[in-house]
Design a protein around this ligand. Structure first.
Ligand code: PLP
Length: 445
C-alpha cells in the first residue's frame, strides 16, 4: 500500500544540504512557538520517511540510523509485514478498549510473551502504552503480591519519567531535577560496573546484597528491579555472575526479581532477552521499545501466581494493548523469527566490537568498549585516566550528525556513545556508519 506508492529510498547515506537543512531549520523555528522547551531534540532534522536503516529528511538528506529511535525500530523502518498488519487493522477497527470488549490480537501478544520470555513456568501478561507504565505496573504487582513495600534499584538505573519511575531512575539531571517530591520506599544500591569498580560479579553482588540487608532488610523488600544491561545509564554490562547471584538471593528471600528489558529485550543483545545470556529467569519482565516496531506498546509478563494475585480491575488503562499496536507487535515478532534477528544481532555485535576495539588501540580517549549483540557502547575518558570526557562524547555525536549518521550519547556522566542500529542494517551500511564513527573519534581525540 503505502510502500508501493512511493519509490524506494535506496540504501545509501546521502547528505545534500548542510545539516540541519533549510526546511528543517524553518520547522524548528515553528516548533519553538508551540512545543514545550522541556523537550529537546538530539538532532533537529525533520523526518519525512524511512526505510531499513535510512531516514529521509525534509531537505532530501538520507541519514544513516544507528539509534533506531532508541532501540525501537529493531526490525528496521517500513517493514512490509508491519505496514500490512497495521494498515489492515486500522481499516478493521482502531480501538474498543480491551477492558470493555476484547480482541484476539491482545491475547496472541500475551501468548507470544509467555512463550518468548525466560522460564517454562505458567506466565500471564498485562499490556500498556509506554515503558514507564510497564515498570510502574510491575512495581504495583510486586507490592500487592508480596505485601511488602521496599523496591531496590541500582546506581545508573533508568526506568522512566513518570513520578514513580523518576524515583526509580538514578540520574538527577535532566530527569528528576526539581520534579519532586518522589515516591517513597525506593532504595538504591551499587551496580556492577566492571570498568569503574574492577569487581567480579560475585563480589559486586555481595556488596549490593550487603547494602540491602543492612539498610533495608530482606523481609521488607517487595522487588529488586534491574536492567540486565543498563540503557540510558551507559550500557553498563554487569560482570558475569552478578545477575545470577542477585536472582538467587531474591528467590531465597521471597523478593520479586523484575528484569527491565525495555531497552535490552527483543533480540537487541543477540538473545531474545539479555538475561538469557546467563540463564537468569526473572519473576517479572518489563518490555516495550523493540516489541512493536515503533507502535507504542509495553508489557509486564511474569509468573502467573504473581500477575494473577491482583484483584479484578486492579490493572488496566484506556489504550493499553491497543489493537493497532498489538498487531504491530505480532508482525514485529514474526519478522524477528523469520529473519533470525537474534543471530543477526550477534553478527552485528562482532563487527562493531572489532571495529571499536581496533580504534581503542589508536586513540587515548576510549576507556572502555562494551555491550552485547547490537547494543554496544564506548566510554570516553580523559587520556590516561578513567575520568569522564563528556566533551569528547558531544563532539563525536556532532561530527556523526554532520556526516548524516545518528549516534546517541548516554551515561550518568554523559561520556558514553551507544550504537543501536536497526538489526535490518546491511553490512555495507554498518561499515559506512562505523567509518564515520571512527573519523569522529579520531577528530575528537
Ligand atoms: C526507555 C526505557 C524505559 C521507559 O520507557 P518509556 O517508553 O520511555 O516510558 C524504562 N526502562 C528502560 C530500561 C528504558 O530503556
Amino acid at each position: 500500500m503505502v510502500s508501493s506508492i512511493q519509490s524506494s529510498l535506496g540504501t545509501e547515506r546521502k547528505v545534500i544540504t548542510e545539516l540541519p537543512g533549510p526546511k528543517s531549520r524553518a520547522l524548528h523555528e515553528r516548533r519553538k512557538a508551540v512545543v514545550s522547551a522541556g523537550l529537546t531534540n538530539g538532532f533537529p532534522i525533520y523526518i519525512e520517511r524511512a526505510e531499513g536503516a535510512i531516514l529521509l529528511d525534509v531537505d532530501g538528506n538520507q541519514i544513516l540510523d544507528l539509534g533506531s529511535g532508541i532501540a525501537v525500530t529493531s526490525i528496521g523502518h517500513a517493514v512490509p509485514e508491519l505496514i500490512d498488519a497495521v494498515s489492515t487493522q486500522v481499516a478493521a477497527f482502531t480501538h474498543t478498549c480491551f477492558m470493555v470488549t476484547p480482541y484476539e490480537s491482545y491475547v496472541e501478544v500475551c501468548e507470544e510473551l509467555a512463550a518468548l520470555t525466560p522460564g517454562t513456568h505458567a506466565k500471564t501478561s498485562a499490556l500498556f502504552n509506554s515503558g514507564s507504565e510497564a515498570v510502574e505496573n510491575a512495581v504495583k504487582i510486586a507490592r500487592l503480591a508480596t505485601g511488602r513495600q521496599a523496591i531496590v534499584v541500582f546506581e545508573h538505573a533508568y526506568h522512566g519519567r513518570t513520578n514513580l519511575t523518576m524515583a526509580l531512575t538514578a540520574k538527577n539531571m535532566p530527569y528528576k531535577d526539581r520534579f519532586g517530591p518522589f515516591a517513597p520506599e525506593i532504595y538504591r544500591v551499587a551496580m556492577s560496573y566492571p570498568f569503574l569498580d574492577g569487581l567480579s560479579g560475585a563480589d559486586a553482588a555481595a556488596r549490593a546484597i550487603q547494602q540491602i540487608e543492612t539498610q533495608v532488610g530482606a523481609h521488607n523488600v517487595a522487588a529488586l528491579l534491574i536492567e540486565p544491561i543498563q540503557g540510558e545509564g551507559g550500557f553498563v554490562v554487569p560482570a558475569d555472575g552478578f545477575l545470577p547471584a542477585l536472582s538467587e538471593w531474591t528467590t531465597k528471600n521471597g523478593v520479586v526479581f523484575i528484569a527491565d528489558e525495555i531497552q535490552s529485550g527483543f533480540c537487541r543483545t543477540g538473545d531474545w532477552f539479555a538475561v538469557d545470556h546467563e540463564g537468569v529467569v526473572p519473576d517479572l519482565v518489563t518490555t516495550a521499545k523493540g516489541l512493536a516496531g515503533g507502535m507504542p506498546l509495553a508489557a509486564v509478563t511474569g509468573r502467573a501466581e504473581l500477575m494473577n494475585a491482583v484483584h479484578e480491575g486492579g490493572l488496566g488503562g484506556t489504550y493499553g494493548g491497543n489493537p493497532v499496536a498489538a498487531v504491530a507487535a505480532l508482525a514485529t515478532i514474526k519478522t524477528m523469527r523469520d529473519r533470525n534477528l537474534v543471530a543477526r544481532a550477534r553478527e552485528l555485535g562482532e563487527v562493531i566490537l572489532k571495529a571499536l576495539r581496533t580504534l581503542q588501540q589508536d586513540v587515548a580517549i576510549i576507556g572502555d568498549v562494551r555491550g552485547r549483540g547490537a547494543m554496544i557502547a564506548f566510554e570516553l575518558v580523559q587520556p590516561g585516566t578513567k575520568n569522564p570526557n563528556a566533551a569528547a562524547a558531544k563532539a563525536i555525536v556532532n561530527y556523526c550528525n554532520q556526516q548524516g549518521v545518528i549516534a546517541l550519547p548516554c551515561g550518568t556522566f554523559g561520556n558514553v556513545i551507544r550504537l543501536l542500529p536497526p538489526l535490518a542494517i546491511t553490512d555495507e551500511q554498518l561499515a559506512d556508519g562505523l567509518s564515520v564513527v571512527a573519523s569522529a573519534v579520531r577528530a575528537a581525540g
